[in-house]
Design a protein around this ligand. Structure first.
Ligand code: IMP
Length: 181
């Protein structure tokens, strides 16, 4: 079985490809951007885009970091905030704030056998007090998953077992494998 992954983010592609190939699904990379509407949740962004993509057996993935003390910010604006405020900007916003709870959300939109399906994965955790680790990408160096004490950038193997993305991918795998039977 082969699926096309449409993304302009090489890190995401690598993560997704490694995980899916371990589950017997081949992945071909389409290095391309897609239209991202301004919406208040990732599901709407993903649904709008995947419904307009004319590639059979393809999927896209959109993700975000939601910080509880900031009422979910940066959320759907994660990419812009990463580029503008950066990791240090987020740490600054949380200076003096006790509650450091946050979660990552990953939403996948799949076009498979002409149907569109949405899959969502969440990983809960905390924003660290400082930037730690060099693996992964994006907000990984400041995110510590619940129940652990290392950031995703310090323990990338752990990330690839429990991340928001892996959880959404697991749901997608279950779905496509059921349809293959
Ligand atoms: P997008 O899904 O490409 O729009 O990503 C939104 C923002 O969240 C980007 O700045 C990414 O760097 C960041 N991001 C997405 N996924 C992850 C992840 O797995 N770890 C850390 N940051 C992420």
């Amino acid at each position: 079985m082969k699926l096309y992954f449409i993304t302009s983010n090489r890190n995401k592609y690598e993560e997704v490809k490694n995980f899916l190939e371990r589950h017997g699904i081949k992945v071909e990379w389409i290095n391309q951007r897609y239209v991202e509407i301004q919406a208040e949740n990732l599901e709407d962004v993903v649904r709008y885009a995947i419904e307009r993509i004319n590639v059979e057996n393809s999927f896209i993935e959109d993700s975000g970091l939601f910080i509880k003390a900031l009422n979910g910010f940066p959320g759907v604006y994660s990419s812009y905030v990463y580029k503008t405020l950066g990791l240090n900007g987020i740490l600054k916003l949380l200076e003096g704030i006790e509650n450091r709870e946050a979660y990552f959300v990953s939403v996948i939109g799949l076009k498979y056998k002409s149907d569109v399906k949405i899959f969502k994965g969440i990983v809960e955790g905390y924003i660290s007090k400082e930037i730690r680790g060099s693996k992964g990408f994006g907000f990984d160096p400041i995110f510590i998953p619940k129940g652990y004490d290392k950031t995703f950038a310090e323990d990338y193997e752990l990330k690839n077992r429990i991340s928001h993305r892996v959880k959404a991918l697991e749901k997608m795998i279950k779905y496509v494998k059921l349809l293959e039977e």
